[in-house]
Design a protein around this ligand. Structure first.
Ligand SMILES: NC(=O)c1ccc[n+]([C@@H]2O[C@H](COP(=O)([O-])OP(=O)(O)OC[C@H]3O[C@@H](n4cnc5c(N)ncnc54)[C@H](O)[C@@H]3O)[C@@H](O)[C@H]2O)c1
Length: 270
């Protein structure tokens, strides 16, 4: 189905728009959430600036955009780099910036007992600090335009404990606080801010961390009986940053196949 052209003429910046996991069998381009979001925003008419720590990954995304784009190198752990990438996006848009998607995020593996300072600090820098710095740098043109939309790519681990990584859970919760602050503080100046809170997504990130095996165990806890796809995360983001969500701000849209709606009992066989 062809995407609606809801973002025609808009300038979008995606932080973490490459992908570094293995491709699915038959997949031409490894698909992660950030990459799928960049492709979807372009398919809806936006000019997309793709930022990634590895320039070649951003370039691979831009090469597949359905429309114009720009690849920029950015290290989310480096504040100056975060700001410079937003400046590059604004220059590419000749002073405009309409959509900013803060996707970059490191998952981590350390529960409380072994949580290290290094892991905590890196997760904090990449998963939260880079997002507020990016939002702050993007605010200037959005305030001048009196319009703009932010989307933050969150995780259910920021709302419910996954028992896995303390730094991931804590930083993903803090990310939602940043999202809400931006929403409430600038709501009266035409700026909206929302998050997609993702459950199990069959992305390059998950294949990298858990291997290529089909996620049967992960899918078993999902009422829909399957993992989500990066393209489905992208569809939710495209809605939130479009005018179709014109009266939606400060919200966390759960994209989890129904996991968060379910009481944890074994599935009923019907
Ligand atoms: N896949 C899932 O099941 C799932 C679930 C919940 C939330 N998420 C969220 O999705 C987001 C990431 O998804 P993805 O599929 O795009 O991941 P991904 O691993 O494919 O990463 C996207 C890109 O981020 C880049 N990157 C890594 N560190 C960086 C840094 N310091 N600076 C700039 N770029 C950097 C990588 O080079 C990669 O190209 C995260 O915010 C994660 O929390 C994923």
């Amino acid at each position: 189905m062809a995407a609606a052209r809801r973002l025609e003429g808009r300038i979008a910046y995606v932080l973490g728009g490459g992908s570094d996991g293995p491709a699915r069998p038959g997949e031409a381009l490894p698909m992660g959430n950030g990459r799928a979001i960049a492709l979807r925003l372009a398919a809806e008419g936006a000019t997309v600036v793709v930022g990634d720590k590895v320039l070649a990954r951003a370039e691979a995304t831009v090469a597949h955009l359905d429309g114009p784009g720009l690849a920029v190198e950015v290290d989310a752990a480096d504040p100056a780099s975060c700001r410079a990438a937003v400046t590059a996006a604004i220059e590419h848009g000749a002073g405009r910036l309409d959509v900013v998607v803060c996707n970059v995020g490191l998952s981590g593996r350390e529960p409380l007992k072994v949580q290290s300072l290094e892991d905590w600090d890196l997760a904090s820098d990449v998963n939260v600090r880079s997002h507020w710095l990016t939002a702050q740098a993007a605010l200037g043109p959005m305030l001048a335009q009196r319009s703009g939309a932010f989307a933050f790519v969150g995780s259910t681990a920021g709302v419910y404990s996954s028992r896995r990584s303390l730094s991931y859970e804590a930083t993903k919760a803090a990310q939602l606080a940043v999202m809400r602050h931006v929403a409430v503080r600038y709501a009266d100046r035409g700026i909206r801010s929302n998050a997609v809170v993702l459950g199990n997504i069959d992305s390059a990130l998950v294949r990298r961390e858990f291997g290529d095996a089909p996620g049967a165990a992960r899918a078993a806890v999902v009422p829909m009986g399957r993992e989500g796809r990066p393209e489905e995360a992208a569809g939710a983001v495209a809605f939130l940053v479009s005018d179709d969500a014109g009266y939606v701000t400060g919200q966390s849209l759960l994209v989890d196949g129904g996991v968060s709606a379910a009481w944890p009992v074994p599935p009923v066989v019907s």
